[in-house]
Ligand binder design. Structure first.
Ligand SMILES: Cc1cc2nc3c(=O)[nH]c(=O)nc-3n(C[C@H](O)[C@H](O)[C@H](O)COP(=O)(O)OP(=O)(O)OC[C@H]3O[C@@H](n4cnc5c(N)ncnc54)[C@H](O)[C@@H]3O)c2cc1C
Length: 553
């Protein structure tokens, strides 16, 4: 098997030689560096790599080249290698070209020339991008392989678990992939036993269930201590930020998640508005970085592990875990965010995981290459989902009840959607039914303008509609608003039953709930901003409040 490739594209022989020299000096062992002196030549090289089944990790292209500018080269390569990292090389004065490339070609980074010294200005960027590529891709035929049926809810659950926990794996559809059949025959696995996991050492795991998979992969699932200063429930942006600050400020900190780190943000294909990432960042990459940072600073992280109940005992909070064990902590952060509400249309529940997916565009997108898919919902998450699916599907329809997207989606996404020819908007329309034989085959759509019904062929429905808080695990003493979001700080003081439940002499701290020492941050909080940055900001602030609370108690 060949090493993965890095391709450098530049019409200036001196610049080309300099980039190649620097890259080879550092990455020679793991990557082969190729070069092309024009956009045309680059695309030919990439097509050849593809036809040979080689891996392409990164393309670095100069912007100013005769014939084909860099952003067009990078856009062209994206269709063939969607995961390859794309870097634009620009002159310092070319900031406009870089911005255009970010918007149109979705590049991952732009580098200004010159990049001397490379140790400071080139290698850190390339290291991060290659790490991100490695985390998302897996060289063919090595590593973990999941064999299952595409239209199976159990296979989908394991895919979600592996992707959510940033465990690279290769998916083999037993009904379509000849490699899958060969593996199953060799291991004498029947089709009704799927999904199964094959490990690099040749062993196999049946009866897949996220906890068993985590155990087999050597992931810790038990807490190291009996008592913590801070336990964080939920590892979305709020939880991850609290873990980073808690651990860095010397608190014995544990973070738990019922599914995987990342939360809703982890399912986002591209977060474009998080400070410091001008080219956007995928939710999985942001999670990978946040988790690594929290763990490096000493936070403990366990997933999948669900907290089912909390009992308050004086200053201590006792957490009941889904596996029957119990944990005790002096302070608790509820950072369990929100989840999508179930769509009520007939046929939806029966096809969950078999063509009906809740916000799972990044996990399932590539399985719908050349197919027809529907995105239900008009918010930013739906817009991002549609943009991601459009890389693979032939036809993406966004179904919304309103007349347009203006009031529900950010303008930058509306603009991107407008420029993507295989995305169509179906305004004033409602999903009325889903049906098919074991998988989604047809959808019923109702026009809200004239009440007419239409049945159309479709292969998948991705649902991004209304959300609800995940606060049912919290004790009754925690005051919530009418929808179940947790009241904190001044909102709490304003609540009718505040004086009945709050028995302290002091006022509640800013993000404190009606139970002293139990805080809430991020989307679970009443009045939350529903943004990655605000959730991460609140998660960081909580740690300061935890110190204050511990000093008072
Ligand atoms: C597809 C999509 C795209 C988005 N794009 C953007 C964007 O571009 N920019 C932006 O600013 N915002 C975006 N958002 C919104 C943003 O992701 C959320 O506001 C943010 O993730 C909220 O963070 P959080 O930590 O409060 O909760 P969440 O991210 O909801 O995380 C909560 C975590 O708690 C875990 N959990 C729940 N219950 C339990 C339990 N009982 N025990 C243990 N763990 C539990 C869940 O598994 C989950 O991992 C997007 C959201 C979605 C869905």
């Amino acid at each position: 098997m060949n090493k993965p490739f890095i391709l450098v594209v530049d019409d200036d022989p001196q610049v080309l030689a300099a980039v190649r020299r620097d890259l080879r000096s550092r990455y020679r062992e793991q990557y082969t560096t190729l070069s092309a002196s024009s956009g045309q030549q680059a695309l030919e090289t990439v097509r050849e790599l593809k036809s040979r089944g080689d891996s392409l990790a990164m393309v670095i292209s100069d912007q100013r080249m005769p014939g084909m500018p860099g952003h067009e080269v990078l856009a062209g390569i994206r269709d063939l290698y969607p995961l390859a990292r794309r870097v634009l090389l620009t002159a310092y004065s070319d900031i406009d070209a870089a911005i255009k490339a970010i918007n149109d070609a979705h590049i991952d980074h732009y580098l200004s020339k010159p990049w001397d010294p490379p140790e400071e200005r080139l290698f850190p960027v390339i290291d991060e991008l290659l790490d991100a590529w490695l985390a998302e891709s897996l060289p063919e035929a090595t590593g973990l392989r999941l064999v299952g049926h595409q239209w199976s809810a159990r296979s989908h659950a394991i895919k979600e678990f592996l992707a959510g926990n940033l465990i690279p794996y290769r998916w083999l559809d037993a009904d379509a992939d000849p490699d899958a059949r060969a593996l199953l025959d060799a291991a004498s696995v029947r089709l009704d036993e799927l999904p199964v996991l094959f490990f690099e050492d040749g062993t196999m795991l049946r009866d897949l269930e996220p906890r068993r998979v985590a155990e087999r992969l050597g992931r810790p699932l038990s807490a190291s201590f009996d008592l913590y200063d801070l336990v964080i429930v939920g590892a979305g942006p709020a939880g991850l930020a609290a873990a980073v600050y808690g651990a860095s400020e010397g608190l014995r900190t544990l973070m738990l998640d019922r599914h995987a780190p990342g939360g809703q943000a982890g399912t986002s294909s591209r977060i474009e508005n998080y400070l410091g990432f001008p080219a956007g960042i995928s939710g999985s990459e942001l999670t990978r970085r946040g988790l690594a940072q929290a763990q490096r600073l000493g936070a403990e992280s366990l997933a999948p592990l669900e907290v089912t109940r909390v009992a308050i005992d004086g200053g201590y909070k006792h957490l009941a875990l889904a596996d029957g064990r119990e944990l005790v902590t002096r302070t608790l952060l509820a950072a369990t965010g929100m989840t999508y509400r179930e769509h009520p249309a007939p046929g939806i529940a029966e096809h969950a995981g078999a063509g009906v997916y809740y916000g799972a565009a990044t996990t399932e997108g590539s399985a719908f290459r050349g197919r027809r898919v529907l995105v239900i919902g008009g918010g930013n998450s739906a817009g991002q989902g549609a943009m991601y699916l459009a890389r693979y599907a032939a036809d993406v329809q966004i179904v919304v009840r309103r007349e347009d997207l203006r009031r529900t989606m950010s303008q930058y996404l509306i603009d991107q959607i407008g420029k993507t020819p295989n995305i169509r908007l179906r305004p004033c329309t409602e999903l009325a039914s889903v049906d098919g034989n074991g998988r989604v085959e047809h959808v019923g759509l109702k026009s809200l303008a004239d009440g007419t019904h239409q049945v159309e062929d479709a292969d998948a429905v991705f649902i991004f509609i209304g959300t609800q808080p995940r606060s049912d695990w919290l004790p009754g003493e925690v005051l919530r608003d009418g929808k179940g979001f947790v009241l904190t700080g001044t909102d709490l003081v304003a609540a009718e039953s505040f004086t009945r439940v709050w028995k302290e002499r002091r006022q509640p701290l800013m993000l404190e709930s009606s139970v002293p020492g139990l805080f809430a941050a991020g989307d679970i909080r009443a009045g939350a901003m529903n943004r990655v940055a605000s959730a991460a900001g609140e998660g960081s602030i909580v740690v300061r409040l935890v110190h204050q609370y511990l000093a008072m108690s």
